[in-house]
Design a binder for this molecule. Structure first.
Ligand code: GRF
Length: 201
C-alpha cells in the first residue's frame, strides 16, 4: 500500500515507518511526506530516505479552506491508499478526509486527554497509567474510531519529556504494526468499530 505520512516535528513515528517499509514483506511504502512547516527533522528524515516531501503553511493561504484544498490536492497527487498523520499538528479538513482514509496517533488513551497536550494533561491529572491510541481521523480533534491502544505506566518522578518518550516507544511499535496489518489485510469500519481484515472494496 501507498502511504503519505504527515509530520510537524521530529518525525520518529515517520522514521519507524520508513525503517519498517524497507522490508518488502511489510506491505506498505512511504511515497511522500508532508508537513505544515519548514525546517523540521521529519522532513530531513524523508529526504535522507529519498522520499519526496511537500510543505503547506497555513499562513501562505488566504483562508483555511484554501489550505485544506491545497494539501488535499497535493496528497491526492501521490495516489495514497492511506494517509498517516504522525505528530501532524493540524486538523485535516473534508477535502482530505473525504478522499482517503487517515490514520492518526495520539499519545494518550482516548477519549481521555485529547488535543495538543495529551501527555502534559495526563501527567497533571495524576493518572498512574496512560498510553497511546491509533485511530481513524474524522473531522473532530482526536474523535475518530479507535483502531488500537496500548497502556503505558506513569512513574512517580516522570516529567513530560520522560513520559512522552516512554509513550512514543510504544506508539511507534503500535503504529508500525497497525499500518502493516491494514496494508496487508485491509479493514472495515462499522460505526465506531474498526475491524482489520475483510478488505473493504
Ligand atoms: C507523537 O507522540 C504524536 O502522537 C504526537 O506528537 C508526537 C510526534 O512525535 N502528536 P514524532 O514527530 O513522530 O517524533
Amino acid at each position: 500500500g501507498r502511504l503519505v505520512v504527515l509530520v510537524s516535528g521530529s518525525g520518529t513515528n515517520l522514521q519507524a515507518l520508513l525503517d519498517a517499509s524497507a522490508d518488502p514483506s511489510y506491505g506498505a511504502q512511504v511515497v511522500a511526506v508532508g508537513a505544515d512547516r519548514e525546517g523540521i527533522e521529519g522532513l530531513a528524515r524523508a529526504s535522507r530516505s529519498g522520499v519526496p516531501t511537500f510543505v503547506h503553511k497555513l499562513g501562505d493561504y488566504p483562508s483555511r479552506q484554501e489550505w485544506d484544498a491545497a494539501i488535499a490536492e497535493e496528497i491526492a497527487s501521490y495516489k495514497p491508499d492511506l494517509v498517516v498523520s504522525a505528530g501532524f499538528m493540524k486538523i485535516l479538513g473534508a477535502p482530505t478526509l473525504d478522499a482517503v482514509p487517515v490514520l492518526n496517533t495520539h499519545p494518550a488513551l482516548l477519549p481521555s486527554f485529547p488535543g495538543a497536550h495529551g501527555v502534559r494533561d495526563a501527567l497533571a491529572h495524576g493518572v498512574k497509567v496512560t498510553g497511546c491510541t491509533v485511530m481513524l481521523a474524522d473531522a473532530g480533534v482526536d474523535t475518530g474510531p479507535i483502531v488500537a491502544q496500548e497502556a503505558v505506566p506513569v512513574l512517580p518522578d516522570d516529567d513530560e519529556a520522560e513520559l512522552h518518550e516512554r509513550i512514543k516507544t510504544v506508539e511507534r511499535r503500535l503504529l508500525v504494526d497497525i499500518v502493516g496489518r491494514l496494508a496487508r489485510e485491509g479493514w472495515t469500519v462499522s460505526g465506531r468499530i474498526v475491524r482489520i481484515g475483510n478488505p473493504s472494496g
